[in-house]
Design a protein around this ligand. Structure first.
Ligand SMILES: Cc1cc2nc3c(=O)[nH]c(=O)nc-3n(C[C@H](O)[C@H](O)[C@H](O)COP(=O)(O)OP(=O)(O)OC[C@H]3O[C@@H](n4cnc5c(N)ncnc54)[C@H](O)[C@@H]3O)c2cc1C
Length: 48
């Protein structure tokens, strides 16, 4: 069984919005997790 982990905030999807949002929250002291199902960077970088 996998070990349990806890976070203050979890961002689902590593698209354009995820990096600035996760940086703001991390700088505010929150323990962050970022989850991406396909390709980091989102729609514009990978498909645009
Ligand atoms: C063809 C195309 C061209 C574009 N050109 C431009 C442009 O020139 N200039 C401009 O400003 N904008 C452009 N855009 C728009 C721009 O891509 C979006 O406005 C921007 O990507 C939105 O960012 P976002 O973080 O909200 O979502 P996205 O970048 O779409 O990221 C969402 C992420 O979430 C992930 N995800 C979704 N569901 C889950 C899940 N259940 N679990 C885990 N991960 C998940 C996806 O895989 C994706 O990586 C273009 C878009 C397209 C499609």
């Amino acid at each position: 069984m996998a070990a349990e982990r806890s976070y203050d905030a979890i961002i689902i999807g590593a698209g354009q919005a995820a990096k600035p949002l996760s940086m703001v929250l991390a700088k505010a002291g929150l323990k962050m997790a970022l989850v991406e199902e396909k390709h980091v960077g989102g729609a514009c970088v990978n498909y645009g």
